[in-house]
Ligand binder design. Structure first.
Ligand code: SF4
Length: 286
């Protein structure tokens, strides 16, 4: 842990668990921030959740979704056992796992016998882990013989991956959480972290409050969101105008000789083609 991060962790007012209590360490399953959690266990059940003060993503902070995890686990209407009805107008009845599995297997076998394996498709949850995906894919591709396996993880991330690959050359965001405490400027576009990634937003906000005049926050969003509330500059552009705005910014950078020619020569492709496009994107025109 770097010096600034260590100081940051110490400064947070979260109590550490008492020695007599039983706490486990885990990770919040809900969003991509990946907050570290401490879960209190009583009689084999999770009864309380709080942020892990030693976790480098959240340093003890958590949002409401994680706090409510014990309630979600123990809600009386949680589906814990298979239920079956043979007709839609029947009431669902609890059945043993063996019967449920046989029923699904028989249905799949009948569909495949009649229409072929591509008549079957799987749709996975974004909350599945790598190993879960492996097993589910094995079942679909290795045993049933269909490639029809999709998941909301792909639908959710496909546009981001395409953007990362074409603009940065690699499928992954280039920044690290540790950069948040070192940044002098935040340019937030196409994102409302105050609502979607609240713990990251809290860190941005804390950084802004710590060095109010030196840290600038720019938010590009047609709506005035809670994220825009902390912005020095909120640009409420027309929906769909973000590429035009980015091109106009690039045209100013080129015009004023602020681009790093060495970096462009070493690490980019298609620069001349891009540059030729910029004539259409003067700040005035945009
Ligand atoms: S921001 Fe909230 S939902 Fe996301 S990982 Fe952290 S606690 Fe979970």
């Amino acid at each position: 842990m770097s010096g600034s991060r260590a100081r940051h962790a110490e400064s947070l007012p979260h109590n550490r668990p008492k020695a007599t209590e039983r706490w486990g360490r885990t990770q919040c399953p809900y969003c991509g921030v990946g907050c570290g959690l401490l879960v209190q266990i009583e009689a084999g059940q999770a009864v309380r959740v709080k942020g892990d003060p030693d976790h480098p993503a959240n340093f003890g902070d958590v949002c409401a979704k994680a706090i409510m995890l014990p309630r979600a686990l123990h809600t009386p209407d949680r589906l814990l056992y298979p239920h079956l009805r043979t007709r839609r107008d029947q009431t669902l009845t609890r059945v043993p796992w063996s019967l449920a599995l046989k029923t699904v297997a028989r249905a799949l076998r009948n569909i495949i016998a009649q229409y072929g394996p591509d008549a079957v498709a799987f749709y996975g949850s974004g909350q599945l882990l790598t190993e879960d995906y492996y097993v589910a894919n094995k079942l679909a591709k290795g045993f049933l013989g269909t490639n029809n396996f999709d998941a909301n993880s792909r639908l959710c991330m496909a546009s981001a991956v395409a953007g990362y690959k074409t603009s940065l050359g690699s499928d992954g965001p280039p920044a690290a959480y540790a950069d948040l405490e070192l940044a002098d400027s935040f340019f937030i576009i196409g994102s409302n972290p105050a609502e979607c990634h609240p713990i990251v937003f809290r860190r941005i906000k804390r950084r802004k409050e710590q060095a109010h005049d030196d840290v600038k926050v720019i938010v590009v969003d047609p709506r005035r969101t809670e994220t825009a509330d902390i912005a020095d500059l909120h640009l409420p552009i027309r929906p769909g105008a973000d590429v035009a705005l980015l091109n106009a910014m690039l045209s100013v950078l080129v015009e004023q000789g602020l681009v790093d020619q060495q970096f462009i020569a070493n690490h980019t492709q298609g620069w001349e083609e891009l540059r030729a496009q910029l004539a259409r994107y003067t700040p005035e025109a945009v």
